[in-house]
Design a protein around this ligand. Structure first.
Ligand SMILES: Cc1cc2nc3c(=O)[nH]c(=O)nc-3n(C[C@H](O)[C@H](O)[C@H](O)COP(=O)(O)OP(=O)(O)OC[C@H]3O[C@@H](n4cnc5c(N)ncnc54)[C@H](O)[C@@H]3O)c2cc1C
Ligand code: FES
Length: 274
């Protein structure tokens, strides 16, 4: 894990209360892989004292195709994210990472279905590019893993849809769902999934109730399902045990730290999957 002070390149709105911040931090950009995350902290303040975890949205390449910056997309929900929205170009942010395990290996599937709820689309842009063989990450060369990536993306209302064009540009086919019917399918993304039963594996990220519904459905359908958890975290690198989740083991149950052994888990191992 590296700890660096990054310079903000830009911090732009993508949707209602949703921003994309670009941080110039070449060593972390070169090392990080899809599904991993970074902890961000504002320097010179003790409120909030602790860093906050954010998924890699994507890395940014320079003219020589070297990764030099990372993009993070965040929804303003509380203290840190409100302050983050006030950051300007040139300002410093403390970044440590890469953290977590990243997405799990898949066995050359014909299609991968990504399922996002709320701000849960953020880990999927780099992953879509990796799966489609457009980019290698963490020093690996680009490699085709699947010819087709579909993103099912559920939000409360149309104004919260963030980054849809980025996914389309990356070559993913995007299916939107909204609770209020203002965009896409009217209803929960998991209901849309139940109706359309897209080919698997299914990879999910979003609020717990959505992940519960996804894992239950995947189990009924006999699908491989991996989920990226957004459990609140204090340290982010394995020392405080504030982030544990219960997992099945051959001997019964155990607790795993989401920040180190996750955030991505095979749903078949999680207690949440029933
Ligand atoms: C591995 C990982 C990756 C993440 N990636 C992203 C991302 O890419 N973009 C993004 O916007 N957010 C992401 N999150 C969630 C993000 O860390 C929280 O939104 C952030 O910590 C909120 O900080 P805050 O100081 O603004 O809010 P706080 O003032 O700390 O909290 C505001 C409210 O949000 C609740 N809250 C805080 N953290 C979480 C959480 N993790 N889940 C549910 N409720 C929470 C609090 O209980 C409180 O009610 C991720 C979380 C994890 C664990
Ligand atoms: S956040 Fe401290 S152990 Fe996971």
């Amino acid at each position: 894990m590296l700890q660096r002070t990054a310079t903000t390149v830009e911090n732009v709105p993508l949707a209602e209360r949703t921003f994309r911040i670009r941080l110039h931090v070449p060593e972390i950009a070169a090392a990080i892989r899809p599904g991993q995350f970074v902890m961000l902290r504002l320097p010179g303040t003790t409120d909030p004292l602790l860093g906050r975890p954010f998924a890699l949205y994507d890395t940014v390449l320079d003219n020589q195709q070297r990764p030099v910056a990372i993009d993070v997309v965040y929804l303003v929900v509380g203290k840190m994210t409100s302050l983050l929205a006030e950051i300007h170009e040139g300002e410093a942010i403390e970044v440590w990472g890469p953290l977590g395990n990243g997405f799990l290996d898949l066995d050359q599937p014909k299609q991968v279905t990504l399922v996002a709820g709320g701000i849960g689309q953020t880990p999927f842009l780099a992953y879509a590019r990796q799966l489609l063989g457009q980019r290698g990450y963490g020093g690996d060369p680009a490699r085709h893993i699947t010819p087709k990536v579909t993103l099912y993306y559920g939000i409360r209302t149309a104004k919260l849809a963030a980054g849809v064009e980025d996914f389309e540009r990356a070559g993913a086919s995007v299916h939107l769902a909204s609770d209020d019917g203002s965009i896409g399918h009217h209803g929960f993304v998991t209901d849309q999934l139940r109706n359309e039963k897209p080919p698997g594996p299914w990879i999910g990220c979003g609020p717990e109730p959505m992940l519960h519904a996804l894992m239950k459905l995947a189990k009924e359908q006999g699908k491989t399902c991996h989920v990226s958890l957004e459990t609140p975290m204090a340290c982010g690198f394995g020392v405080c045990f504030s982030c544990v989740t219960k997992v099945k083991t051959p001997d019964g149950w155990d607790y795993k730290r989401v920040c180190v052994e996750g955030p991505v888990f095979d749903a078949a191992c999680l207690e949440m999957s029933g």
